[in-house]
Write a new protein. Structure first.
Length: 243
């Protein structure tokens, strides 16, 4: 497997053109490549930016953007409003103000849709068939320090490898295990793209034998309804927001 981080020019809030950035920064893609794109540049492309000085109360904006939330006062240290946004458990509705030049950059909308648009554009440009595009973000995890990457949307690959029905090394049938291919690779991508001033919003992974490419919208296969999640006894403490 080959990992290629791709540096670019600064991508500027409140709105910039991701297709222009792709044309400037990527001169070649090959069959079987996977392109990872940070969610921040997708949100800036979509114009999802709010000038910080024009937002009276950040917590109001966070709760407006969230599906469910737990108030800052109930989080240890009061550091964040804990939220569920578009089916993801993330702090502050995914709103970011780092590397944003005085703006709050919101969580992108319909990441899988823009991933498909970018994927089809690049396949046509480079005349290839097997290509996947994954939009990534980073978040903290319960009971662990540090952030890790995950996919906010994707197109062109199957997100999961199922072991259900297979036998383990002792012949026991596996009942539940599925490997998240798309999140495992997103963690690698986020590690190389970084969280600071790297200016590396794109990363290419080549020759990954674990990936099964397709031409389908498979994001629906990736998420679990809140009430069906094994962590629902914890997640039910979130308050549903009226938005």
């Amino acid at each position: 497997m080959k990992i290629t981080p791709i540096k670019t020019r600064p991508f500027l809030p409140p709105k910039d053109d991701i297709f222009d950035l792709l044309d400037q920064s990527i001169d070649q893609l090959q069959e079987g490549d996977i392109l990872f794109i940070t969610s921040k540049v997708v949100a800036i492309h979509q114009g999802l930016c709010e000038k910080i000085e024009e937002v009276p109360n950040k917590d109001d904006l966070i709760k407006q953007e969230a599906q469910y939330s737990i108030d800052r006062s109930k989080c240890p240290g009061g550091y964040v409003v804990l939220t569920i946004k578009d089916g993801f458990l993330i702090p502050t509705s995914g709103i970011d103000e780092s590397n944003s030049n005085g703006y709050y950059v919101l969580f992108p909308k319909d990441s899988s849709k823009i991933a498909k648009e970018i994927c089809e554009y690049l396949k046509q440009k480079f005349k290839i068939q097997n290509l996947a595009v994954v939009i990534t973000d980073s978040t903290s995890r319960p009971l662990k320090k540090g952030v890790t990457g995950f996919a906010t949307g994707f197109y062109g690959l199957k997100p999961l490898k199922s072991y259900i029905g297979q036998k383990d090394i002792f012949g026991r049938e596996i009942k539940m295990s599925q490997l998240s291919i798309v999140d495992s690779l997103s963690s690698i991508a986020v590690m190389y793209m970084g969280e600071g001033d790297e200016c590396t919003p794109f990363l290419k992974i080549s020759n990954c034998s674990k990936v099964e490419f397709n031409q389908e919208e498979t994001f629906k296969d990736y998420q679990i309804p809140l009430e069906d999640d094994i962590y629902y006894s914890v997640l039910k403490n979130f308050k549903k927001n009226a938005n």
